[in-house]
Ligand binder design. Structure first.
Ligand SMILES: Nc1nc2c([nH]c(=O)n2[C@@H]2O[C@H](COP(=O)(O)OP(=O)(O)OP(=O)(O)O)[C@@H](O)[C@H]2O)c(=O)[nH]1
Ligand SMILES: [Mg+2]
Length: 323
């Protein structure tokens, strides 16, 4: 096998209605043996992803997937083989899963998957399953009271689980004091917050991670120091060059923009959904559509290989226009 021909694998993240995922233990004697996996297997010559998925799930679990959408495509080089995991999220299936090859099965909550031993290629899949389908970006306001009030109203609505805190006009002590109030509010609701700014500052201020704008991303040679596996690193990208850089530094999620026309950058050229899809498929991590997006676009973004949408409008409950 040459490096230009990775082994294509259909991988199924099968969900039940309690947001648990079905995992199986790989037999000891096979590649990555003994580790947990998402059911699936090699795409045979002449098969497409869908036919391979249906065959593998029948052979391994005796179920028929009924409703599913593409989650992500991952290229990974193990020392002994290159794989391309074509990951699908299965929402509905017929039948009751059984380990047809004698493999142990388990339903696991998304939030506990990271505690188990999976093949190294699986990390972005597990990240994707724990990340929500929308990212709230805060409006660029200067008044801490208005921001705090908007945040409280937004958190009370309960629809946001991940926030990119982007207030470029707030600095120094004012930002530090505000974060000291914001972080406990988010924690109490189980909401994660990424500070758009300097990675060191994000850690000092107790954020759950950092969001890198395209300029900061371009300057980095590696994942920012001090951000461990529990922290998240997000990045803004606009093209294939940005995406490569995001992969290089091990970003956990990317925001791809501008997908559609946006009030924030009026008149700027847009990518459109087909270009978004090309980029999302190369991302190697969950990709969100940004630019002119509202929650009504979540399904469209997912149909195009995205994790969901990011934006201010439709998510933030409070004044959003610059003050
Ligand atoms: N099914 C599956 N394979 C994975 C995962 N992660 C991962 O790196 N792989 C790799 O993808 C390849 C697919 O393998 P597989 O052993 O499931 O293939 P298969 O069902 O067709 O098995 P067979 O050829 O023994 O019949 C293996 O090299 C495996 O290590 C995962 O989560 N699920
Ligand atoms: Mg298999």
């Amino acid at each position: 096998m040459t490096s230009s021909q990775p082994l294509r694998v259909a991988v199924a993240a099968i969900a039940n209605d309690r947001d648990e995922y079905l995992i199986a233990r790989r037999p000891d004697h096979v590649h990555q043996g003994g580790r947990w996996e998402f059911p699936g297997g090699k795409i045979e010559p002449g098969e497409n992803l869908e036919t391979a998925l249906c065959r593998e799930l029948r052979e391994e679990l005796d179920i028929i997937p009924v409703s599913f959408h593409p989650l992500m495509t991952l290229d990974h080089a193990y020392p002994d083989r290159q794989v391309r995991l074509e990951v699908v999220r299965v929402h509905r299936f017929e039948g009751r899963p059984r380990g047809m090859e004698g493999q142990p099965l388990r339903w696991m909550p998304a939030g506990l998957l990271h505690t188990l031993d999976f093949p190294a290629a699986n990390r972005p899949i597990i990240q994707a399953l724990t990340l929500p389908d929308r990212v709230l970006i805060t409006p660029d306001l200067r008044c801490p009271h208005t921001l705090l009030a908007g945040l409280q109203r937004t958190l009370a609505a309960g629809w946001v689980r991940l926030i990119q805190w982007r207030t470029p006009r707030l600095e120094g002590e004012i930002l530090a004091e505000l974060m000291a109030q914001v972080m406990p509010l988010c924690r109490a609701k189980g909401v994660r917050l990424l500070l758009n700014g300097d990675p060191e500052r994000a850690i000092t201020l107790g954020a759950d991670g950092v969001h890198l704008n395209s300029h900061r991303l371009a300057l980095l040679g590696q994942r920012p120091e001090g951000l461990d596996g529990q922290h998240l690193v997000g990045a803004s990208v606009h093209d294939a060059v940005g995406l490569r850089q995001a992969r290089k530094i091990g970003a956990d999620l990317v925001l791809i923009s501008p997908v559609a026309a946006t009030l924030t950058h009026p008149g700027a050229p847009t990518l459109g959904w087909s270009r978004f899809e090309e980029l999302a498929r190369q991302a190697g991590c969950p990709a969100y559509a940004l630019g002119g997006m509202t929650p009504a676009h979540v399904a469209t973004a997912q149909d195009h290989g995205g994790q969901g949408i990011a934006g201010i409008r439709g998510l933030w409950l409070g004044p959003a226009e610059p003050d």
